[in-house]
Design a binder for this molecule. Sequence first.
Ligand SMILES: C[S@@+](CC[C@H](N)C(=O)[O-])C[C@H]1O[C@@H](n2cnc3c(N)ncnc32)[C@H](O)[C@@H]1O
Length: 632
Amino acid sequence: MLSEEQITALRQQVASAIADELTRANISFDQFTELSASVEVEFREGPIDGSSVDPRPLSGLTISRVIDLTKVISPGSNTPPTHGEDSIATADNQNVEPTSGVIVPLSRSHTFVTPHDTPNQVLNHKGKNSTVDENIDTSDGEDDGNNSRMAISSLRPSRGGIPVVEDDTRRQMQVVDENFPKRRKAETVGYAMKPSSLDKLIIGIWEQLHSGANVDPAQILGEFISPPLLGDTTSPSQDMTGLSLSTELDNISLLGRQFNDTTVLCRKVTQASRTCRSIEVIVQARWVEHFDAYVEHLKVNDPKTSITRHRKTAAVESSSNFGWSEKELRNKMAIWRGYKEIKDAGGWAALVFAGMGIYRFCKYRIGFDNESMQRLRNLRPALEVAADTMNPNWRRLLSIVGEPPERVYSGHPHDWVVCLDGSPPIQLRKTYLQWDPYFEYKHIEESVIDQATWGCDDPRWKSSSEALTRVSSLFVCQDCSSEQSDDPKLNCCYCFPSLFGCATLTPPPVQVFRTPDGRNNGLMALCAFERGAPVGEFVGLITKGLQDVDVMENIVGSTKYQIWQGRQGNFTRFVNHSCNANAQYQRFTWLDTQRIILVSKGIEAGSEITVDYSDQYWKGLDKKCRKCHHGA
Ligand SMILES: C[S@@+](CC[C@H](N)C(=O)[O-])C[C@H]1O[C@@H](n2cnc3c(N)ncnc32)[C@H](O)[C@@H]1O
């Protein structure tokens, strides 16, 4: 019998051996939530190098255990999701005025007043009373001491190491250039994506929707006619060594044209095949409905015969029409029924944009339960907003099954605020009218220079000696030292490939959503963003001297400028604060011009995207973080 100490030593030895093996195995556990491990132990006699070991175990298998690792892998799995705070929710939304979008500059001519238009007597985090102006200030420590800016509060990118302290400023959000924090598990909000088959299906839908995939019947009706690819001209493999220079050049340009033509043809066929696949699942889902209706009809006409018998009759009739055996039809029908159930819950958009993943999901039916279908039901309006606004013709596919082809949601994808509980989306402007009856928001992809202020100059441009030290006329990335160009063929900088210098830019998978805890709107990540991946650029009006509004203030050399998203900008305008943020703002220089990028710190699919506005931002404001309940 082993002593207590020997058992402890044995336990440690076995545990550390398993841990070593696990490290070597390099398994990605991220995709599992209900993980268990099966451990088998045998004891053997002899040295471990195997030179003279008796390969037979002492007494066969000593132990065999299955260990539940769920709690180790997902320690927070029992934590209620954020939307459990529903009780505070919608009514509360009336109370928190989202500052940056609703306050207009005093210097501009709007006359309405919101609670944040005037200085407020407020409590800061330490409970101290202070009077503040409602602004955002973002000067970044290279302050020239100009106190007129002190009253402006800000979303403020700061340079690493340079203190960002202006005691009188508020609403400063800091950009952290250094000490990129370790990835943290992000909280999920309403959609609460967990790694399962349904999640894969949903993420597949979002990815298709944001991939630039063109689901348009016109694509398959359009021409596939392309110049002859083979036969009458030089094929790519033909030996050209004996050709004269001009013939050679002719052939090269011909090869180039052929290559481009083939690319176009290939693109058209790929798109057409994707569209056909969508038509296929639409028709198959509808066929199941007709099958059920027919069985119902048989039952009404012949109530004495069992429903099973009627089903068989209908199956036999249709299998001969399909040219399949009854069994084959039944197998297919089981999958098609899955398509119908997805359509019933998630709407036609879920079906059309599901891609190939839907087949496996319906074949194996893992996670095909009431809870999953409820999740799809809640997602339905959000999916339709994305589908209608990004793929305006997709509903025309539905005319094949007699559904209305007109889209329901028009405008920009972020003109709609989706609700986590599946209730109808709200027009963006309506979510601000209570504070600003004139609210409107123009969606722009690039910042716009306020010419009244800057003329033709872009204050973000690094005209300083920094830029002039370049050896050639090429632009060089300050981070990776590679050449930058808007021409994808010349560009070598891949710091933020989804934003700069690459051939295709696809819209980021994000949506504006209604927060359930009184923060008005927020930004939802539909798919995961890896740590370090850009979500988008902070764009708006490049201006200066605004007071009493939320602005991002920045500095290049000695030039200060502001980015104001009050009336125009992009989705970054809806990013809320969290003390536990999963994203942050970073500076980046593209073609010698400063840009501010929203970068992921590890954002999970289905989470709200947040940044830490920093204490500076909240300083002196009568607000607590409603996301984390800090700073009450
Ligand atoms: C840049 S906007 C963010 C989008 C905003 N929620 C909206 O609906 O327009 C900043 C404003 O959102 C609100 N906000 C953001 N994060 C918050 C938080 N954690 N707690 C409370 N309010 C927050 C505040 O009103 C803040 O002034």
